[in-house]
Design a protein around this ligand. Structure first.
Ligand code: ADP
Ligand code: MG
Length: 463
């Protein structure tokens, strides 16, 4: 058969295995709800860690003063300062800087990574200018957003369970990451106290709640993926601590580690997992998040090159390089609306060094991007349905018209339009009309940065 027929056969078989009909999504959502219950019942009761965040109060708007935040979550980290002005002035002033992490530090030593971070933070603090008012005689305080699985021991301490998203530094696992940061700040002679340790989902939840009190959950779709939500304390059997006044506790689900026999996994996903830094783990994340979508596309293209000679008699060498095709490249190709798909042509050329592709080839590439993005987006929607089910918000509640808001953030959600719109329309479809109008999915712009600063404020040592 022709190369087209063979390439199309590979595409169709892949598409079929990636299928996410509504019935399957409901099974995934149900499995998510079941695992949530299990993870809340006992430590280690589920693949879902359902970590207790020690955040039992979300921002009210009364927070005041100068606070810093540091956000370490993936390829970049950000430092941020805010001057909070209470109910009337809200966020009076804010500034941030973004620094990319040199790849060698992601797999080097703990000390080297934290020194690099503390150095950038110290530089940023040194540039504190007009409009910021540190309280005289007080230490500056910092909210630390650290978006990896951490077992919290208090609001301001916690040990790293494992690295994810391409980080792998043995030294840090089992250590208190606030301790590591504090030591590095001391080495930089930076006088600052970490008063809140959170991850990006908790930060986004807090930042979202500051603007809208209907926020009940937060979902991150970035390099990785995760979710957090507000649970009633009496629904957390494994919690043996004091009962908070609010009766509520924010739970960090670590949903990236969710897995279920209902997830549509293909040979490409299996191979990606086996060859990853964390085989067998973060299976949901490997289907959904920005670190992996482009890589799945590359793997399917490689098979098409190898078995259908899609790009000629030899396999283009660049196509064999893991992670060379990144999700932003994929998204650019997927959104190409030019008649000759010239963006696809130029990405194939620039990234994979495949030149002179025909329109027919480019169309196959776009369709492949669509299959991979659609599966990820629809599974994300199923995950959100799982949370809403756990909270009993997936059905019409008599007389209740209050809107529930899911705060979203992350580069994938923010920049991959097709992914976002598919996720949102799938959630509507899953909820059905009557319920869908009570559930709002909202982009919480920079929620995690501001959120961490807000939590640093509400957990200040001076309160
Ligand atoms: P992190 O998750 O590392 O904290 P972000 O939330 O900023 O950082 O997400 C960055 C991720 O978002 C990237 O790794 C990439 O996968 C994805 N991303 C960024 N820009 C785009 C884009 N234009 N299209 C699709 N995905 C994107
Ligand atoms: Mg982030």
């Amino acid at each position: 058969s022709s190369k087209w027929a063979r390439a199309m056969a590979i595409l169709r078989e892949f598409e079929e295995k990636c299928g996410t009909p509504i019935a399957k999504l409901r099974q995934v959502a149900d499995a998510m709800t079941v695992e949530m219950h299990a993870g809340l019942a006992s430590e280690g009761g589920s693949k879902l860690k359902m970590l207790i965040s020690y955040v039992d109060n979300l921002p009210t708007g009364d927070e005041k003063g100068l606070f810093y935040a540091l956000d370490l979550g993936g390829t970049n980290f950000r430092v941020l300062r805010v001057q909070l002005g209470g109910k009337d002035k809200r966020v009076a002033k804010q500034e941030f800087e973004e620094v990319s992490i040199p790849p060698h530090l992601m797999t080097g030593s703990s000390e080297a990574l934290f020194d690099f971070i503390a150095q950038a933070l110290a530089k940023f603090v040194a540039k504190e200018g007009e409009g910021y008012h540190p309280a005289p005689g007080r230490q500056r305080e910092l909210g630390f957003t650290f978006s990896f699985p951490v077992r919290q021991t208090s609001i301001s301490s916690g040990t790293l369970i494992k690295w994810t998203k391409g980080f792998n530094i043995e030294d840090t696992v089992g250590e208190d990451v606030v301790g590591e940061l504090t030591k590095a700040m001391e080495r930089q002679k930076l006088d600052m106290r970490v008063t809140a340790l959170v991850n990006d989902t908790i930060g986004t939840l807090a930042g979202g709640r500051y603007h809208h009190n209907g926020v009940i959950a937060a979902v991150i779709l970035g390099t990785g993926t995760n979710a957090a939500y507000v649970e009633r304390v009496h629904a957390i059997p494994k919690w043996h601590g004091l009962l908070p006044m609010s009766g509520e506790m924010v739970i960090n689900m670590e949903w990236g580690n969710f897995r279920s026999s209902h997830l549509p996994l293909t040979e490409f996903d299996q191979a990606l997992d086996t060859e990853s830094l964390n085989p067998g783990e973060q299976i949901f994340e490997k289907l959904i998040s920005g670190m992996y979508l482009g890589e799945i596309v590359r793997r399917v293209l490689l098979k098409m090159a190898d078995e259908a000679a899609l790009f000629g008699d030899t396999v283009p060498p660049k196509l064999k390089v893991p992670f060379i095709l990144r999700t932003p490249h994929m998204s650019a190709m997927h959104h190409d609306s030019s008649p000759d798909l010239k963006v696809v042509g130029s990405k194939l050329k620039d990234v994979l060094e495949i030149s002179n592709t025909s329109l027919k080839t480019r169309k196959i590439v776009v369709e492949l991007c669509d299959v991979v993005a659609t599966r990820g987006a629809r599974l994300s929607a199923a995950g959100i349905l799982g949370i809403l089910k756990k909270l009993g918000k997936d059905t019409v509640q008599d007389g209740v018209k209050q809107q529930s808001v899911v705060a979203m953030d992350g580069g994938l959600y923010e920049h991959y339009t097709r992914f976002r719109t598919t996720m949102e329309s799938t959630l509507k479809e899953l909820l059905g009309e009557g319920v869908a109008e009570n559930i709002v999915v909202e982009h919480s712009n920079d929620g995690s940065g501001i959120g961490a600063a807000l939590l640093a404020a509400s957990h200040s040592q001076y309160l």
